[in-house]
Design a protein around this ligand. Structure first.
Ligand code: FO1
Length: 303
Protein backbone atom coordinates (compact mmCIF):
# COMPACT_ATOMS: atom_id res chain seq x y z
CA UNK A 1 0.00 0.00 0.00
CA UNK A 2 1.31 3.39 -1.00
CA UNK A 3 0.59 5.98 1.69
CA UNK A 4 0.84 9.77 1.48
CA UNK A 5 0.72 11.83 4.68
CA UNK A 6 -0.18 15.52 4.53
CA UNK A 7 1.66 17.08 7.44
CA UNK A 8 2.66 20.24 9.20
CA UNK A 9 4.11 21.06 12.60
CA UNK A 10 4.77 18.84 15.58
CA UNK A 11 1.54 16.77 15.41
CA UNK A 12 2.20 15.94 11.77
CA UNK A 13 5.82 15.03 12.44
CA UNK A 14 4.83 12.66 15.24
CA UNK A 15 2.34 10.74 13.10
CA UNK A 16 4.79 10.56 10.17
CA UNK A 17 7.37 9.18 12.63
CA UNK A 18 4.97 6.43 13.77
CA UNK A 19 4.10 5.57 10.16
CA UNK A 20 7.78 5.57 9.25
CA UNK A 21 8.36 2.86 11.80
CA UNK A 22 5.49 0.56 10.80
CA UNK A 23 5.26 0.85 7.00
CA UNK A 24 7.61 -1.07 4.70
CA UNK A 25 10.37 0.84 2.87
CA UNK A 26 9.16 2.70 -0.22
CA UNK A 27 5.53 2.95 0.86
CA UNK A 28 5.34 6.32 2.68
CA UNK A 29 5.73 9.87 1.39
CA UNK A 30 5.22 12.95 3.56
CA UNK A 31 3.99 16.11 1.86
CA UNK A 32 4.80 18.96 4.19
CA UNK A 33 3.43 22.48 4.61
CA UNK A 34 5.79 25.30 3.65
CA UNK A 35 3.37 28.14 4.36
CA UNK A 36 5.26 28.74 7.64
CA UNK A 37 8.55 29.33 5.79
CA UNK A 38 10.16 32.72 6.23
CA UNK A 39 13.44 34.51 6.03
CA UNK A 40 15.30 35.28 9.26
CA UNK A 41 18.87 36.55 9.64
CA UNK A 42 19.07 36.22 5.84
CA UNK A 43 18.38 32.49 6.05
CA UNK A 44 15.54 30.46 4.56
CA UNK A 45 13.77 28.77 7.49
CA UNK A 46 11.32 25.90 6.81
CA UNK A 47 10.04 25.05 10.30
CA UNK A 48 7.62 22.27 9.33
CA UNK A 49 10.02 20.51 6.94
CA UNK A 50 12.68 20.60 9.65
CA UNK A 51 10.34 19.38 12.37
CA UNK A 52 9.40 16.35 10.26
CA UNK A 53 13.02 15.75 9.24
CA UNK A 54 14.42 16.00 12.78
CA UNK A 55 11.64 13.83 14.18
CA UNK A 56 12.35 11.08 11.64
CA UNK A 57 16.06 11.41 12.36
CA UNK A 58 15.31 10.90 16.09
CA UNK A 59 16.75 14.34 16.87
CA UNK A 60 13.74 16.34 18.03
CA UNK A 61 13.02 16.96 21.71
CA UNK A 62 10.01 14.92 22.87
CA UNK A 63 8.44 17.77 24.90
CA UNK A 64 8.88 20.83 22.65
CA UNK A 65 8.79 18.92 19.37
CA UNK A 66 10.74 21.42 17.20
CA UNK A 67 14.46 22.07 16.82
CA UNK A 68 17.21 19.67 17.87
CA UNK A 69 17.27 18.04 21.28
CA UNK A 70 20.11 19.32 23.46
CA UNK A 71 21.02 22.08 20.99
CA UNK A 72 23.01 25.06 22.29
CA UNK A 73 22.17 28.74 21.64
CA UNK A 74 25.57 30.48 21.54
CA UNK A 75 24.82 32.26 18.25
CA UNK A 76 21.45 33.43 19.59
CA UNK A 77 23.21 34.81 22.70
CA UNK A 78 25.67 36.74 20.53
CA UNK A 79 22.84 38.00 18.30
CA UNK A 80 21.03 39.26 21.43
CA UNK A 81 24.22 41.02 22.70
CA UNK A 82 24.49 42.86 19.38
CA UNK A 83 20.86 44.00 19.46
CA UNK A 84 19.74 41.87 16.50
CA UNK A 85 16.22 40.33 16.41
CA UNK A 86 16.24 37.37 18.81
CA UNK A 87 12.55 36.44 18.98
CA UNK A 88 12.98 33.26 16.91
CA UNK A 89 15.21 30.76 18.69
CA UNK A 90 17.58 29.16 16.23
CA UNK A 91 19.90 26.65 17.88
CA UNK A 92 23.56 26.28 16.87
CA UNK A 93 23.19 22.81 15.35
CA UNK A 94 19.85 23.72 13.78
CA UNK A 95 21.55 26.69 12.07
CA UNK A 96 23.55 24.30 9.87
CA UNK A 97 20.28 23.17 8.28
CA UNK A 98 19.31 26.75 7.42
CA UNK A 99 22.77 27.55 6.08
CA UNK A 100 22.80 24.48 3.83
CA UNK A 101 19.26 25.14 2.58
CA UNK A 102 19.88 28.84 1.95
CA UNK A 103 23.07 28.09 0.04
CA UNK A 104 21.40 25.38 -2.06
CA UNK A 105 18.56 27.75 -2.98
CA UNK A 106 21.04 30.53 -3.81
CA UNK A 107 22.79 28.09 -6.16
CA UNK A 108 19.53 27.56 -8.02
CA UNK A 109 18.43 24.26 -6.48
CA UNK A 110 14.77 23.77 -5.67
CA UNK A 111 13.43 23.45 -2.13
CA UNK A 112 12.61 19.81 -3.02
CA UNK A 113 16.28 19.18 -3.93
CA UNK A 114 17.58 21.06 -0.88
CA UNK A 115 15.27 19.03 1.40
CA UNK A 116 16.43 15.73 -0.14
CA UNK A 117 20.06 16.76 0.42
CA UNK A 118 19.40 17.69 4.06
CA UNK A 119 17.50 14.45 4.70
CA UNK A 120 20.36 12.52 3.18
CA UNK A 121 22.86 14.25 5.47
CA UNK A 122 20.82 13.15 8.51
CA UNK A 123 20.16 9.58 7.31
CA UNK A 124 16.43 10.15 6.75
CA UNK A 125 15.41 7.77 3.97
CA UNK A 126 11.67 8.35 3.60
CA UNK A 127 10.78 11.02 1.05
CA UNK A 128 9.87 14.34 2.68
CA UNK A 129 8.44 16.60 -0.01
CA UNK A 130 7.84 20.32 0.40
CA UNK A 131 4.30 21.05 -0.76
CA UNK A 132 5.70 23.58 -3.25
CA UNK A 133 9.02 24.90 -4.51
CA UNK A 134 7.53 28.38 -4.82
CA UNK A 135 6.98 30.71 -1.85
CA UNK A 136 3.48 30.35 -0.32
CA UNK A 137 3.68 32.53 2.80
CA UNK A 138 0.79 32.27 5.25
CA UNK A 139 -0.18 35.42 7.09
CA UNK A 140 -2.62 36.08 9.87
CA UNK A 141 -5.19 38.83 9.66
CA UNK A 142 -5.94 39.89 13.22
CA UNK A 143 -9.28 41.11 14.54
CA UNK A 144 -7.81 44.62 14.84
CA UNK A 145 -7.03 44.68 11.12
CA UNK A 146 -3.26 43.99 11.22
CA UNK A 147 -1.70 41.46 8.82
CA UNK A 148 1.21 39.57 10.41
CA UNK A 149 3.55 37.04 8.79
CA UNK A 150 2.71 33.66 10.32
CA UNK A 151 5.83 33.23 12.49
CA UNK A 152 5.59 36.83 13.69
CA UNK A 153 2.06 36.15 14.88
CA UNK A 154 2.82 32.69 16.33
CA UNK A 155 6.22 33.20 17.91
CA UNK A 156 6.92 36.94 18.23
CA UNK A 157 3.38 37.83 19.31
CA UNK A 158 2.87 34.45 21.04
CA UNK A 159 -0.39 33.93 19.08
CA UNK A 160 -2.02 36.55 21.33
CA UNK A 161 -3.79 38.76 18.72
CA UNK A 162 -7.25 37.35 17.91
CA UNK A 163 -7.49 35.96 14.38
CA UNK A 164 -10.10 36.84 11.78
CA UNK A 165 -8.48 35.02 8.84
CA UNK A 166 -5.51 32.87 7.86
CA UNK A 167 -4.35 34.20 4.48
CA UNK A 168 -2.66 31.60 2.29
CA UNK A 169 -0.11 33.10 -0.08
CA UNK A 170 1.47 32.03 -3.36
CA UNK A 171 0.21 31.12 -6.79
CA UNK A 172 -1.09 27.69 -5.79
CA UNK A 173 1.37 25.52 -7.68
CA UNK A 174 2.75 22.28 -6.29
CA UNK A 175 5.62 20.14 -7.63
CA UNK A 176 5.91 17.21 -10.03
CA UNK A 177 7.12 15.05 -7.10
CA UNK A 178 4.02 15.86 -5.03
CA UNK A 179 1.68 15.14 -7.95
CA UNK A 180 3.45 11.84 -8.67
CA UNK A 181 3.19 10.76 -5.01
CA UNK A 182 -0.51 11.64 -4.93
CA UNK A 183 -1.13 9.80 -8.21
CA UNK A 184 0.46 6.63 -6.80
CA UNK A 185 -1.29 6.86 -3.42
CA UNK A 186 -3.67 4.10 -2.27
CA UNK A 187 -4.34 6.02 0.93
CA UNK A 188 -3.99 9.65 1.99
CA UNK A 189 -3.66 10.48 5.68
CA UNK A 190 -4.32 13.99 6.94
CA UNK A 191 -2.11 14.31 10.01
CA UNK A 192 -3.25 15.84 13.32
CA UNK A 193 -1.97 19.24 12.22
CA UNK A 194 -3.64 22.65 12.25
CA UNK A 195 -6.30 22.56 9.46
CA UNK A 196 -6.13 26.32 8.78
CA UNK A 197 -2.39 26.95 8.64
CA UNK A 198 -0.83 23.51 8.06
CA UNK A 199 -3.25 21.41 5.98
CA UNK A 200 -5.30 24.00 4.02
CA UNK A 201 -2.10 25.44 2.48
CA UNK A 202 -1.43 21.96 1.02
CA UNK A 203 -5.04 21.24 0.01
CA UNK A 204 -5.42 24.47 -1.93
CA UNK A 205 -2.55 23.70 -4.33
CA UNK A 206 -3.57 22.74 -7.86
CA UNK A 207 -4.38 19.02 -8.08
CA UNK A 208 -4.19 18.21 -4.36
CA UNK A 209 -7.83 18.33 -3.24
CA UNK A 210 -8.79 16.51 -6.48
CA UNK A 211 -6.38 13.70 -5.50
CA UNK A 212 -7.80 13.65 -1.97
CA UNK A 213 -11.34 13.30 -3.36
CA UNK A 214 -10.47 10.34 -5.64
CA UNK A 215 -8.30 8.51 -3.04
CA UNK A 216 -9.43 6.98 0.27
CA UNK A 217 -8.56 9.64 2.84
CA UNK A 218 -8.46 9.44 6.61
CA UNK A 219 -7.85 12.40 8.91
CA UNK A 220 -6.61 12.29 12.49
CA UNK A 221 -8.16 14.88 14.77
CA UNK A 222 -5.76 17.51 16.11
CA UNK A 223 -8.33 18.27 18.85
CA UNK A 224 -8.61 15.85 21.79
CA UNK A 225 -11.51 16.26 24.22
CA UNK A 226 -11.88 19.92 23.26
CA UNK A 227 -8.18 20.86 23.44
CA UNK A 228 -5.29 21.10 21.00
CA UNK A 229 -2.26 19.10 22.15
CA UNK A 230 -0.04 22.02 21.10
CA UNK A 231 -0.38 25.41 19.52
CA UNK A 232 -3.17 27.91 18.92
CA UNK A 233 -5.68 25.69 17.08
CA UNK A 234 -8.46 25.64 19.71
CA UNK A 235 -8.74 29.45 19.62
CA UNK A 236 -8.56 29.51 15.82
CA UNK A 237 -11.50 27.10 15.44
CA UNK A 238 -13.56 29.47 17.55
CA UNK A 239 -12.28 32.65 15.91
CA UNK A 240 -12.09 31.56 12.25
CA UNK A 241 -14.60 28.71 12.13
CA UNK A 242 -17.09 30.14 14.63
CA UNK A 243 -17.41 26.71 16.23
CA UNK A 244 -16.36 25.15 19.54
CA UNK A 245 -12.99 23.37 19.41
CA UNK A 246 -13.91 19.72 18.87
CA UNK A 247 -13.10 16.78 16.60
CA UNK A 248 -16.51 17.33 14.98
CA UNK A 249 -15.62 20.95 14.12
CA UNK A 250 -12.44 19.70 12.42
CA UNK A 251 -14.47 17.12 10.46
CA UNK A 252 -16.89 19.85 9.36
CA UNK A 253 -13.91 21.88 8.15
CA UNK A 254 -12.79 18.92 5.98
CA UNK A 255 -16.33 18.57 4.59
CA UNK A 256 -16.51 16.21 1.59
CA UNK A 257 -12.85 15.14 1.75
CA UNK A 258 -12.90 12.31 4.33
CA UNK A 259 -13.62 8.59 4.12
CA UNK A 260 -12.63 7.98 7.74
CA UNK A 261 -11.64 9.89 10.86
CA UNK A 262 -9.59 8.98 13.93
CA UNK A 263 -10.60 10.64 17.20
CA UNK A 264 -9.75 10.49 20.88
CA UNK A 265 -11.81 8.24 23.19
CA UNK A 266 -15.04 10.08 23.90
CA UNK A 267 -14.87 12.36 20.82
CA UNK A 268 -17.07 10.37 18.39
CA UNK A 269 -19.95 12.40 16.97
CA UNK A 270 -21.96 10.18 14.62
CA UNK A 271 -20.02 10.91 11.42
CA UNK A 272 -21.37 9.66 8.09
CA UNK A 273 -18.15 7.65 7.57
CA UNK A 274 -16.28 5.14 9.79
CA UNK A 275 -14.58 6.53 12.88
CA UNK A 276 -11.64 5.04 14.76
CA UNK A 277 -12.03 5.96 18.42
CA UNK A 278 -8.84 5.29 20.35
CA UNK A 279 -6.00 7.00 22.21
CA UNK A 280 -4.63 9.41 19.58
CA UNK A 281 -2.16 11.15 21.92
CA UNK A 282 1.19 10.34 20.28
CA UNK A 283 3.84 12.21 22.22
CA UNK A 284 6.06 9.19 22.92
CA UNK A 285 7.57 7.01 20.23
CA UNK A 286 5.83 3.95 21.71
CA UNK A 287 2.44 5.67 21.32
CA UNK A 288 3.27 6.77 17.78
CA UNK A 289 3.97 3.19 16.76
CA UNK A 290 0.90 1.81 18.53
CA UNK A 291 -1.37 4.43 16.94
CA UNK A 292 0.17 4.13 13.47
CA UNK A 293 -0.53 0.37 13.52
CA UNK A 294 -4.14 0.96 14.59
CA UNK A 295 -4.60 3.67 11.96
CA UNK A 296 -3.21 1.57 9.10
CA UNK A 297 -5.39 -1.37 10.07
CA UNK A 298 -8.45 0.91 10.22
CA UNK A 299 -7.60 2.56 6.89
CA UNK A 300 -6.87 -0.78 5.15
CA UNK A 301 -10.54 -1.72 5.61
CA UNK A 302 -11.54 1.46 3.78
CA UNK A 303 -9.25 1.07 0.77
N1 FO1 B 1 8.46 27.94 17.94
C1 FO1 B 1 8.36 28.81 18.97
O1 FO1 B 1 7.30 28.90 19.60
N2 FO1 B 1 9.44 29.62 19.32
C2 FO1 B 1 10.63 29.56 18.66
O2 FO1 B 1 11.55 30.31 18.99
C3 FO1 B 1 10.75 28.61 17.59
C4 FO1 B 1 11.94 28.43 16.92
C5 FO1 B 1 12.03 27.44 15.93
C6 FO1 B 1 13.25 27.21 15.27
C7 FO1 B 1 13.36 26.25 14.28
C8 FO1 B 1 12.22 25.50 13.94
O3 FO1 B 1 12.32 24.56 12.97
C9 FO1 B 1 11.01 25.70 14.57
C10 FO1 B 1 10.91 26.67 15.57
N3 FO1 B 1 9.70 26.89 16.25
C11 FO1 B 1 9.61 27.81 17.26
C12 FO1 B 1 8.52 26.12 15.92
C13 FO1 B 1 7.75 26.62 14.72
O4 FO1 B 1 7.91 27.94 14.41
C14 FO1 B 1 6.24 26.30 14.81
O5 FO1 B 1 5.95 25.30 15.70
C15 FO1 B 1 5.74 25.84 13.48
O6 FO1 B 1 5.93 26.77 12.47
C16 FO1 B 1 4.23 25.52 13.57
O7 FO1 B 1 3.95 24.56 12.64
Amino acid sequence: MSVVALAGGVGGARLVDGLDRVLPPGSLTAIVNTGDDFEHWGLHISPDLDTVMYTLAGLSPEDRGWGIDGDTFEVLREVRCRGIDDWFQLGDRDLVTHLVRTQALALGQSLTQATAKLCDSLGVERPILPMSDAPCPTSILTKNGEELAFQEWLVKERAAPSVSEARLGGMGETTAAVLAALKAADLILICPSNPYVSIDPILRLAGVSEAVRRTPTVAVSPILNGNAVKGPLAGMILEIGGRPPSAESVAIHYNGLLDGFAVQHGDSFGAAYPTLETNILIQTRQDRIRFALELIEFARDLT
